[in-house]
Design a protein around this ligand. Structure first.
Ligand code: FEO
Length: 176
C-alpha cells in the first residue's frame, strides 16, 4: 500500500505537534512544581509522558511504512502562568489544535485511499475526544475551587493520586 509524500509530510508534522505537546506539558509540570502544587505537577508530567508515547507511535509508523522521519525545530515552552486555570485552558486549546490536525491527516489519508494510515489514526481520533474531555473536566473543577485555596489543595491531592474520574492523566495506552 503506497505511503504518499503528502501523507508522510503530514505524519511528520503530527510527530512535531506531539513532541511540542510533550514539551509544553513538561513546562506546565515544572510550573506547578515551582508553585507548590505537586499533585498538579505529577499529573501534568504523566500527561507529557503520554504525549511522548504518541510522538513515538508516529515515528514508528512513518518508519514501518518505509517513510523518512523528519525532525523539526520545536519552540521553548512557557514557564510562567497566572494560575492553574490558565494552564488548563491553554492545555485544552493545545488539545483542540492537535485534534484538528489529526482530523486533517485523516482526511488526507482518506483522499489518498491510504487505509493503513486511517486504521492507525483511528485510535488517535478516539484519544483526542478523551483528552479534550479530561482537560474540560479539570477546568470545571479548578473553576469551582478558584475562591477556595483549601479546595485547590484537595484537588492537588486527588490529581497526585491519579486523578478525578475520567481525568486520570495517566494509563491510556497508545496502540502498539
Ligand atoms: Fe497526543 Fe494530547 O495529543
Amino acid at each position: 500500500m503506497p505511503f504518499s509524500e503528502r501523507t508522510q509530510e503530514a505524519m511528520n508534522q503530527q510527530l512535531k505537534l506531539e513532541i511540542q505537546a510533550f514539551y509544553t506539558y513538561l513546562g506546565m509540570s515544572d510550573y506547578f512544581d515551582a508553585a507548590g502544587l505537586p499533585g498538579f505537577s505529577q499529573w501534568m508530567f504523566n500527561q507529557s509522558q503520554e504525549e511522548w508515547t504518541h510522538a513515538m507511535k508516529f515515528r514508528s509508523f512513518i518508519q514501518d511504512r518505509g517513510g523518512r522521519v523528519q525532525l523539526s525545530d520545536i519552540s521553548r515552552p512557557a514557564s510562567e502562568y497566572s494560575s492553574a486555570l490558565e494552564v488548563f485552558e491553554q492545555a485544552l486549546q493545545n488539545e483542540q489544535v492537535v485534534s484538528e490536525s489529526i482530523a486533517n491527516v485523516y482526511a488526507l489519508a482518506e483522499e489518498e485511499k491510504d487505509f493503513a494510515s486511517q486504521a492507525f489514526l483511528n485510535w488517535f481520533v478516539t484519544e483526542q475526544v478523551e483528552e479534550e474531555k479530561t482537560m474540560s473536566d479539570i477546568i470545571d473543577w479548578v473553576r469551582r475551587m478558584v475562591d477556595s485555596p483549601q479546595g485547590l489543595f484537595l484537588l492537588d491531592e486527588r490529581l497526585g493520586q491519579g486523578g478525578l474520574a475520567g481525568a486520570s492523566g495517566a494509563g491510556d495506552q497508545a496502540p502498539v
